[in-house]
Write a protein that binds this ligand. Structure first.
Ligand SMILES: *[C@@H]1O[C@H](CO)[C@@H](O)[C@H](O)[C@H]1NC(C)=O
Ligand SMILES: [Cu+2]
Length: 239
């Protein structure tokens, strides 16, 4: 009986919290199967978030920091094309939490499928979808979407990169460590690119302290004079 109770409690907790993974890359209008071009994440079974912004797992949340990279494929993508990420959730309500979406990229050395890719101050932001403050409330990107797409900058130089999707779920973010980060990294080889200089460059982990007004905030009650959502991290590089 005790074992059964534990199982039921865990299942109930999952449905209430409605976590998810981000296992599929969308390229050329086609959604890949799970974990083909995206490094399998440590939450592939639990669907749970990362909450420690200083953990090495904050970079890509791999199942195994040494071996997952080499076990993952690398997708060829064209600069200037539309790509995206698709989430998967057991109750099919992916990206269910209100939050802030962003995508970072890093040149990958020596290759996208090497464990050392993205370990330096090499990351820049290429896209974001932020909540908007309207009539005294934050209006979030839709919480019923299962995927999002964006355009890769046309002037992105050719080469191997990691593309890191991040949603900062803010439903319980009023105290330190309460924000839930849903993260995954795709491995890509960019072709048809240009001669842009992506930046500003940041390290991941390192880009956030966890105390930013866009990470530690109560989305149900705002301080007097609140001016609206302040996205954490660098400005978007648009190419
Ligand atoms: C997307 O299309 C380009 C151009 O046709 C091709 O080179 C590339 O392999 C395709 N990528 C994937 C992941 O299907
Ligand atoms: Cu959740």
């Amino acid at each position: 009986m005790k074992g059964l109770f534990v199982i039921l409690a865990a299942a109930t907790a999952h449905i209430v919290s409605a976590h998810y993974t981000i296992p599929d890359l969308i390229v050329n209008g086609t959604t890949s199967a799970d974990w083909v071009y995206i490094r399998e994440t440590a939450n592939h079974w639990s669907n749970g978030p990362v909450t420690n912004v200083n953990d090495p797992e904050f970079r890509c949340y791999e199942l195994d920091l040494k071996n997952t990279a080499a076990a993952t494929g690398t997708a060829t993508v064209s600069a200037g094309s539309t790509i995206g990420f698709k989430a998967v959730c057991t109750n099919n309500q992916a990206f269910y939490h209100p939050g802030y979406f962003s995508v970072y990229m890093s040149k990958a050395s020596p290759a996208a499928n090497s464990a050392s890719a993205g370990t330096g101050q090499t990351w820049f932001k290429v896209w974001e979808d932020a909540p908007v403050f309207k009539n005294g409330a934050l209006v979030f990107p839709s919480t019923s979407i299962t995927s999002f797409t964006f355009t890769l900058p046309k002037s992105l130089p050719n080469g191997q990169y990691l593309i890191r999707a991040e949603q900062i779920a803010l439903h319980s973010a009023s105290s330190y460590g309460g924000a839930q980060f849903y993260i995954s990294c795709a491995q890509v080889n960019v072709v048809n690119g240009g001669s842009g200089s992506p930046g500003p460059l940041v390290s991941i982990p390192g880009v956030y302290t966890g105390y930013e007004p866009g990470i530690m905030l109560n989305i149900y009650s705002f301080p007097a004079g609140y001016q609206g959502y302040q996205a954490p991290g660098p400005a978007v590089w648009r190419g």
